[in-house]
Design a protein around this ligand. Structure first.
Ligand SMILES: Nc1ncnc2c1ncn2[C@@H]1O[C@H](COP(=O)(O)OP(=O)(O)OP(=O)(O)O)[C@@H](O)[C@H]1O
Ligand SMILES: [Mg+2]
Length: 348
């Protein structure tokens, strides 16, 4: 499935206009502040992933001095389906005229989106690495998103109990079963991404190894036993620090390059190339599981890349055959790329 057309009304600074899209690579270019990221955000919301900044208030996305926004998209593939999001204080999603939840919407057009922050997967904080696993996991199975949501609910309850100095053991049983499921699922997802990264070796400056690191775990190979033992071992520390110290909320991935942590071994541009390889590998993982190509969204695709890095990243993206929406401030032409220029919230 891919987006063949969109119409966004009263969304951020975007001018309301119907736009047709290539099923291949769409490169959105324009000066700073022209609305490139805003357009990607509209697509992200329409595909069930919400605002690009997870904590953003929905009402702030509505065009200033307006009451509400609406986003419309036509998804094409084996069948055609209209997708719709209306934004006021909350976001409501509809497909084919029927109200649906975000998880169901994500299943219509699987979208993987990467912001400049996510591109610092190797050098940034662990939350970016968990985000990658969660995005791939949620697209691959509805259970993943559901278990992650349930885990977070129980974790919030445990955190509140610990903050008040109360005994939090009641939450631990449920956390163990949900958390160890997530540990196993995340480990498997990372192994699949690792295997597919082989297909994009030319983007890697050197061969890389990936390791999944269980948050606060490591006492047993079997995830459920590890969770239980690690929780028991960390109980006093959790009480003293008044926060949960074991579980997926602290998971990480170690990326190694020639035996050295990739965050040290690679320059910023090299690590962006490596991230492109990991992202492309992730899209293959999703495609193999769903039997459909995901749509890829990249903000600021060319930043920090030299000429050869840009060319090989764009060529690799075009080669996936996925629909791509990418933004850049540098106008660049390349085979298989359709350029859409923007200025002051409108496409030219
Ligand atoms: N709710 C809103 N209503 C109207 N305009 C808004 C709203 N929210 C943000 N803007 C405007 O949108 C513009 C930013 O758009 P956006 O971030 O998409 O630009 P960009 O093209 O991605 O720029 P850059 O190249 O710097 O990343 C800003 O000028 C901001 O004032
Ligand atoms: Mg931007």
């Amino acid at each position: 499935m891919y987006f063949s057309g969109t119409y966004f009304h009263n969304f951020r600074n975007l001018y309301p206009e119907r736009r047709e899209w290539s099923p291949g690579f769409n490169l959105i270019t324009g000066p700073n502040g022209s609305g490139k990221t805003n357009f990607l955000e509209g697509l992200n919301i329409l595909s069930g992933w919400g605002p690009l900044e997870k904590k953003a208030k929905i009402s702030n996305l509505v065009k200033w001095n307006s009451e509400s926004s609406s986003l419309w998209g036509m998804a094409c593939g084996e069948e055609r389906s209209e997708m719709f999001a209306s934004l006021r204080a909350r976001c409501q999603l509809k497909s084919g005229g029927k109200a649906i939840g975000a998880a169901e919407m994500r299943g219509h057009v699987p979208v993987l989106s990467f912001l400049p922050g996510h591109m610092s997967l190797l050098k940034g904080g662990a939350s970016y690495r968990r985000y990658l696993l969660d995005m791939v996991g949620a697209l691959m199975s509805v259970s993943y998103a559901k278990i992650l949501r349930d885990y977070r609910v129980v974790l919030r309850q445990k955190s509140a109990m610990l903050r008040r100095g109360r005994d939090a053991r009641a939450a631990d049983r449920l956390l163990s079963s949900l958390g160890s499921w997530l540990w196993t699922a995340r480990d498997e997802i990372l192994k699949m991404i690792y295997t597919e990264t082989e297909n994009f070796r030319n983007l890697l400056p050197a061969p890389m190894d990936f390791f999944f690191v269980r948050g606060g775990g490591g006492l047993d190979e079997k995830a459920s036993d590890d969770f239980r033992k690690s929780l028991a071992g960390a109980r006093d520390k959790e009480i003293a620090s008044r926060m949960p110290l074991v579980g997926p909320q602290r998971d990480d991935i170690k990326f190694m390059c020639g035996g050295i942590e990739a965050s040290c071994a690679l320059s910023r541009g090299q690590s962006r190339r490596a991230v492109s390889a990991i992202v492309l590998a992730s899209s293959l993982v999703v495609e193999r599981r769903l039997g459909r190509k995901p749509v890829l969204i990249f903000d600021e695709i060319t930043s920090e890349l030299d000429e050869s890095g840009r060319t090989s990243s764009v060529e690799a993206l075009v080669g996936t055959g996925c629909q791509v929406f990418a933004t850049t401030t540098d106008p660049m032409a390349s085979d298989g790329v359709e350029i859409h220029k923007m200025r002051d919230g409108r496409f030219l």
